[in-house]
Design a protein around this ligand. Sequence first.
Ligand code: AMP
Length: 425
Amino acid sequence: MAKPKYSSPKGIKDILAPESGARRALLDLFSQEAWLAGYGEIVLPMFEEVGVFSRVGESTEIVQKQMYDFYDKDERHIVLRPESTASVMRAFIEHRPTLPWKCWYEGAHFRYEKPQAGRFRQFHQVGIELLGAEDPVADAEVIALGWGFLNKAGAKIKLLINSLGDAASREKYVAELGKYLESHLSDLSDSAKTTLKLNPLRVLDSKIPTDMKVTSEAPEMKKFLSTQDTDHFQEVCENLKNLGIEYELAPRLVRGLDYYTRTAFEYVSVDLDIAHDALGGGGRYDGLSESLGGPECVGVGFAIGIDRTLLAIKEKISSEIATKSLDVFIADLVGDSALMIAMELRSVGISTDYSFGRRSLKAQMKQADRSGAQVALIIGEEELEKDSVSLVELRKSEGEMREKSEQDLILRSELTSEIRKYLNK
Ligand code: AMP
């Protein structure tokens, strides 16, 4: 094939069927889980004024280097959303829904990253936010929802959890951490040295092996937590235990944005490479509303990456799609009734396709096989005379091809009910 004149922008990929089918199944599963837990969907803008994001992560890579920003025709400084928690908070401040407020979202997000496995410039996130509840049960509910979703999706995950304390205890910790990192400056990467000047906490997030060696010995947040923070964290853990959710304490876990307080957590795939093994994560962000000019309002939430989750469950995707394959393919040799029959079957929930142009039986049956359909319906002169169609079973239930000798003649008037019976629908 000749090289196309245009291709998708760097770091962004088109997603075609059948891959898009597994993705859609994941999105449906997520909306179902969120609905079951009383979360309502919020549909957010794809872009916001720069201030929505810049104030919540000035020392982070996301805000410093990865924002897709531009000036619109009215000279407004606009950013394609790199995440959605800040947008949700902006929407809360604007609309003031009754608290506690539980919402979920899904959509494309944008970060100008170096494209590599599991890291794209446009990626899809799903997430929930629970605003207005300080109760540690809220943290546990949020963590449990993401955990349940990923498990149902078939991902093998570890749950890492930490407490970052409130602003006052974190300030003391950051000072101590800064001193420690300064004393190991020569062992740190250049990017970690730069990050250190902006925010020592962020150095803990580095995935560069030499930095990780230094940070693995760094002081832990635990010792700096206030009694209230410690109690809150213990109750979160207690609730998770009661739910039978296993977790690992990760005393140096920090998140990619600056606004987190108290609980921070991450869902890590055990099947993916360390550079991109985080499927999602979140935490509490008790000061975020105020930093965006809003009222005092606590919150907790998470975001999960759909592209990365799909990578983590790659092995299981084919069976997922197999259950969603086409029901019926019509091979019309006479050439005038395929669309009508297809519409009839589709209207009762039987997925149906057919080929265009009057092609040979062989060509149409080849297309039927490729389509993944369970059965083919053949309409030839003979069938037309008898006001019938021939049904050919294409697959065994395990998805294998069956001998094509088994062919039944079905009356046109009984077609829908016969196929329903056949497909168990
Ligand atoms: P974050 O908002 O950075 O906590 O990211 C939450 C999740 O979104 C990550 O765990 C990933 O699954 C996904 N994610 C973040 N950035 C990217 C990216 N550049 N490409 C693909 N997925 C991403």
